[in-house]
Design a protein around this ligand. Structure first.
Ligand code: CDM
Ligand code: ATP
Length: 278
């Protein structure tokens, strides 16, 4: 049994409609999750005891935290019913932290996939999703990392026609972390209506991200990012999750590259990533 590898694909919300604030403070939403073919890289190999090595552009940002708080550790422990498995994980952290890209959720899902693949008696899809939901609202969708509708807090998944696969995607983050809690808290309580029905692409065109105005107040750079992304005439430019990362989606690679080069030259201090939707 050697080393196995999984990509923790970056998540974007093609649309995110906030419908209701629940009594427990959480919010019910309707969203379409989609995934870039890029993300963090996670390796796993058998070992004497559990370990987690963090490297890559954002590895240092997590290194100061106790490894027991890392979603990879928590996922591994839950997968083995509370017994921490003797495996060594190595994470190349390419996705920024608290960025609306579900990086931690994707890492947790990648760990669950790796552990399940190496398991003599693998968990069923339903069992895997139940564990995932305990780790975070985005984790169940990250298991398959393909377009899917999320309801409730995002853990109730429904299939959707994937007609966005292959679209070219530019992600831009101003290198400012935005915590999810305060953004939801700032929501004004106004239900702006359900997410339209249809394929992923039609919801992308007709949907919205209801968290954009709140995140924009916390991080005004989001407005500049959206404005600059729109200069390249993408299919859509929108914020992902609770921000601050925004995405531009394009039919062709040339326009994407031009837009990426423009953003990079104007804002060398911003983080960008390009890829294609799965
Ligand atoms: C914004 C999204 O990324 C969209 O995909 C997700 O809804 C975020 O879900 P998540 O990763 O589970 O969010 P967490 O980072 O665990 O949540 C932080 C805080 O955001 C608030 N929160 C989160 C999700 C939700 N549906 N309603 C909320 O009000 C809660 O106060 C929570 O304590
Ligand atoms: N492997 C991990 N990678 C990133 N963050 C992690 C990880 N494990 C635990 N965390 C914690 O989770 C928090 C949120 O991380 P993450 O990067 O997933 O947020 P996000 O991109 O805002 O996700 P979302 O789109 O769900 O809002 C961080 O504050 C971090 O301390």
């Amino acid at each position: 049994m050697g080393t196995s590898h999984a990509t923790a694909f970056a998540k974007i919300n093609l649309a995110l409609h906030v419908r209701k604030r629940r009594a427990d403070g959480y919010h019910e939403l309707e969203t379409v999750f989609a995934f870039l073919d890029q993300g963090d890289s996670l390796w796993m190999e058998p070992s004497e005891q559990f370990s987690l090595d963090l490297e890559g552009p954002f590895g240092r940002n997590l290194a100061d935290e106790d490894y027991e708080t890392n979603l990879i550790y928590r996922a591994a422990k839950l997968h083995r019913n509370g017994v921490v498995p003797p495996v060594a994980f190595r994470l190349n952290k390419r996705l920024p932290i608290a960025a609306g890209l579900g990086g931690g959720s994707a890492d947790a899902a990648a760990a669950l996939r790796l552990l399940n693949d190496k398991c003599e008696v693998p968990l069923s899809t339903d069992e895997l999703h139940a564990i995932a939901a305990q780790l975070g609202a985005d984790v169940p969708a990250c298991i398959d990392s393909l377009p899917v509708v999320g309801r409730g807090t995002g853990t109730l998944l429904e299939p959707i026609e994937n007609d966005v696969s292959g679209l070219h995607c530019l992600l831009v983050n101003p290198n400012i972390s935005v915590a999810t809690g305060p953004v939801f808290k700032a929501w004004d309580g106004v239900d702006r209506g359900p997410m339209p029905e249809g394929s992923a692409r039609s919801i992308l065109q007709d949907g919205r991200n209801d968290l954009e105005p709140m995140a924009l107040k916390i991080c005004p750079q989001i407005g500049i990012i959206l404005q600059e992304l729109r200069e390249a005439k993408p299919l859509v430019a929108r914020m992902s999750g609770s921000g601050a990362t925004c995405f531009g989606l394009f039919d062709d690679a040339e326009t994407l590259q031009r837009s990426a080069a423009e953003v990079a030259s104007r804002h060398p201090d911003w983080w960008t990533m390009t890829g294609r939707l799965r």
